[in-house]
Design a binder for this molecule. Structure first.
Ligand SMILES: Nc1nc2c(ncn2[C@@H]2O[C@H](COP(=O)(O)OP(=O)(O)O)[C@@H](O)[C@H]2O)c(=O)[nH]1
Ligand SMILES: [Mg+2]
Length: 219
């Protein structure tokens, strides 16, 4: 019973901070995306491709959440955009307070703020970080059973990118099963198949993202 109360308090505090983040971003006219997935699903690779494709027309900033190291932040910095690293010192997710702090350092003179969450299909789903949209990436090598195994994550997804479809020919993976289970868990989530490595589907993702931003009435 006590444990439940503590969790509730933590989440209430988180929601308050997420609300503050939304206000700050709205005032600045910034559209924020929260990328969540298992370690290795391809978050940073898809973010790199997205920045490369959009940076001539949109100003983009990036916040990276990782337990330790600035490996992803260094990859993104090479693309010449503003980058802020959050090291969570062992925590398995970003929370809104961490992002609120990072907002003081990152350039908000931008159109899009990309947040790369800690690689994990469980904890990040519970902590709203004030983004406009949650992008959840599932990759083929993880297996086609994951949507129902991690329903909380797929339930908070606005869009699911199925990455590494170049590997479908090597692995037993039923794309239709994933689509069907996603419809059952979260009928509103959009679904796009991509290969960040070979480029398949990326144009669809970029167009989808541009439409989201255009319809957000922020820019
Ligand atoms: N075959 C294949 N490998 C990919 C694809 N996207 C990413 N990878 C590889 O997957 C590994 C993890 O990618 P990364 O973007 O660092 O994943 P993250 O941990 O989710 O940020 C790297 O070796 C990438 O080159 C893809 O579409 N196909
Ligand atoms: Mg990464």
């Amino acid at each position: 019973m006590k444990r439940v109360v503590v969790e509730k308090k933590i989440l209430e505090r988180n929601d308050e901070s997420a609300k503050k983040i939304r206000e700050i971003l709205k005032n600045k006219g910034v559209f924020a995306l929260n990328f969540m997935a298992s370690p290795g699903a391809g978050k940073t690779t898809i973010i790199e491709k997205t920045i490369e494709a959009l940076k001539d027309n949109y100003r983009i900033s990036y916040i990276d959440g990782d337990l330790d190291t600035d490996r992803d932040a260094s990859r993104i910095k090479k693309l010449g955009i503003d980058v802020v690293q959050i090291n969570t010192s062992g925590a398995c997710h970003l929370d809104a307070d961490m992002v609120l702090k990072a907002l003081k350092q990152v350039s908000l003179d931008c159109d899009i703020l990309i947040i790369e969450n800690v690689g994990n299909l469980v904890c990040p789903a519970t902590f709203d970080v004030g983004a406009n949209k949650n992008v959840v990436i599932l990759s083929v090598p993880e297996g086609d059973d994951k949507v129902k195994k991690y329903p909380v994550m797929f339930n908070v997804a606005d869009v699911v990118l199925l990455n590494k479809i170049d590997l479908l020919k090597f692995l037993d993976f039923d794309v239709e099963k994933v689509k069907k289970e996603l419809k059952e868990i979260n009928p509103d989530a959009d679904f796009i198949e991509v290969s960040a490595k070979e480029g398949y589907g990326l144009d669809r993702w970029f167009e989808y993202l541009k439409n989201l931003i255009a319809n957000s009435s922020l820019l």
